[in-house]
Design a protein around this ligand. Sequence first.
Ligand SMILES: *[C@@H]1O[C@H](CO)[C@@H](O)[C@H](O)[C@H]1NC(C)=O
Ligand SMILES: *[C@@H]1O[C@H](CO)[C@@H](O)[C@H](O)[C@H]1NC(C)=O
Ligand SMILES: *[C@@H]1O[C@H](CO)[C@@H](O)[C@H](O)[C@H]1NC(C)=O
Ligand SMILES: *[C@@H]1O[C@H](CO)[C@@H](O)[C@H](O)[C@H]1NC(C)=O
Ligand SMILES: *[C@@H]1O[C@H](CO)[C@@H](O)[C@H](O)[C@H]1NC(C)=O
Ligand SMILES: *[C@@H]1O[C@H](CO)[C@@H](O)[C@H](O)[C@H]1NC(C)=O
Length: 362
Amino acid sequence: MEKKNLYTTHLLILLVLINLSPSLNVPAIFIFGDSVFDAGNNHFIKNCSVQADFPPYGSTFFHHPTGRFTDGRTVADFISQFIGIGLQQPYLEAQIAVMNGSSKEYPSNGLNFASAGSGVLQGTNKDWGVLPIQEQLRQFKTLIEQKAINRSVVERSLFFLESGSNDIFNYFLPLDTPKLDPDAYVEAMVKEVTNLTDQIYKVGARRIVVFSLGPVGCVPARALLPAAPIKRCYGKMNAMVKKYNKGLESLVNDIPRRHPGAIGVYGAVYDTVQHLRAAPTRYGFSNVSSACCGDGPLGGEVQCGKEGYKICQNPQGFLFWDYFHPTQHTYELISKALWEGKKSRIRPINVKTLTNLTLALA
Ligand SMILES: *[C@@H]1O[C@H](CO)[C@@H](O)[C@H](O)[C@H]1NC(C)=O
Ligand SMILES: *[C@@H]1O[C@H](CO)[C@@H](O)[C@H](O)[C@H]1NC(C)=O
Ligand SMILES: *[C@@H]1O[C@H](CO)[C@@H](O)[C@H](O)[C@H]1NC(C)=O
Ligand SMILES: *[C@@H]1O[C@H](CO)[C@@H](O)[C@H](O)[C@H]1NC(C)=O
Ligand SMILES: *[C@@H]1O[C@H](CO)[C@@H](O)[C@H](O)[C@H]1NC(C)=O
Ligand SMILES: *[C@@H]1O[C@H](CO)[C@@H](O)[C@H](O)[C@H]1NC(C)=O
């Protein structure tokens, strides 16, 4: 209770400083996480086996594969469009362009460091060549040390963090024998995210958006797990996800106290997706259980685009695009909820309000 009051006080002070200028106050977005955000980084990692750089990925919007794990734009893309800035390039692509001289500097609208398949725990999917989120952050810090990114830009930018579903999914793999019990595992995950927010604050981040996980236990890929039910979501997995999300939210609530001058926002993606699943027709869905693109039970056993895959006629009618990931239509609905939704979707303020704030920078 006490913490909450303290937080509200900080928030009121910040809200006094709402920007009255006509343009939004955020020049760039820096993005860290997994396949929910990856816009093509893995394509540039040699030997990385987690890829979406082949058709029909991207077919609804870009009309070619970009490395995004959906048929079109991600949440980071939609929010960039709402703000009115360009879509962020994958960091590894921008780096090649700077190294080979085809580009003089890094883009001014931010960078996307996300790597599909990665988690918040260092070991998650390590053998597949993915970049753990700590490694993504290290790359970002290197750019700041090299003065390739301005601290003044960093202080005004949005920071998006989304990771953890791969750690939790892997916990249920029969071959992985986890040593920790579910609570301790989740605690270790939240500890890593706390470390991450501490680090990005230190290098200048002031607007930090932490996305909760969606209902990972409902993804079609649960068909790959012998213990998971097919007809309903995997309750044990969702229980772990909810516990992790709770940890994320209290971490976010603690940001103004722990990091003076910074503001943290918690995106309640889990509840938003459950809301869509509960009233599918209202949101234009005809199918909220199976993947549009894949094969096997729930379309969850074969990755979209791989041998034997099938694709649905109307991706926009499906909640899931492939075995793990939502369609662009789902991402658009989530993006709107995060951009200008009420507190049940994003709190204590939505991304639009966060974007308009003028923070009192030290
Ligand atoms: C935020 O910025 C937008 C776009 O410039 C403007 O229309 C709106 O009034 C601002 N909102 C607030 C709450 O300041
Ligand atoms: C990629 O895999 C090949 C064959 O397994 C190996 O020889 C090579 O060293 C790997 N390259 C990198 C960059 O890991
Ligand atoms: C430099 O790298 C970019 C990829 O970021 C590529 O599109 C471009 O063709 C490369 N240019 C040269 C001269 O190699
Ligand atoms: C950093 O800021 C300075 C002064 O505002 C500007 O001249 C320069 O272009 C900026 N550099 C980058 C990489 O944004
Ligand atoms: C965060 O983790 C890194 C390694 O992943 C470690 O070197 C560092 O000491 C940790 N920082 C804090 C504040 O715990
Ligand atoms: C969803 O789509 C899959 C694949 O096309 C199909 O097998 C399944 O019956 C559909 N489910 C519902 C509830 O329409």
